[in-house]
Design a protein around this ligand. Structure first.
Ligand SMILES: [Zn+2]
Length: 111
């Protein structure tokens, strides 16, 4: 889910965009979950300075914002060195065309 590369099932980890520590209510939400390489998962969870280089970083952040804008506000503090686009403006301009939920459902498959 973070790098957009194939994950061999035996190495796949179930990853969450919005962590349990922020809110338990999103842990079973399909849009909040995906399969990840262990290394990519670790980068996203623990190394903000490197996570910004994950190919799907911005899309992941946008999905998180769609799920809960309050989560994204916390991310902005964590990534204070990174300039996010204005997701509100992006969403107004493109609506939900930016994230195709059907396509997304194929990428984000629960184990
Ligand atoms: Zn990966």
């Amino acid at each position: 889910m973070f790098c957009n590369h194939y994950v061999k099932p035996e190495f796949a980890q179930l990853a969450h965009i919005i962590r349990r520590s922020f809110s338990r209510e999103y842990q079973d939400l399909k849009l909040n979950t995906g399969l990840s390489h262990p290394d990519c998962h670790d980068l996203f969870d623990n190394h903000p300075d490197q996570a910004i280089y994950l190919p799907r970083f911005l899309e992941i952040q946008f999905i998180g914002w769609l799920i809960d804008p309050a989560w994204h506000n916390e991310q902005k503090l964590l990534y204070d060195f990174y300039k996010f686009p204005d997701f509100t403006e992006l969403s107004d301009r493109h609506g939900h065309h930016l994230i195709n939920y059907q396509h997304h459902g194929e990428l984000f498959i629960l184990m």
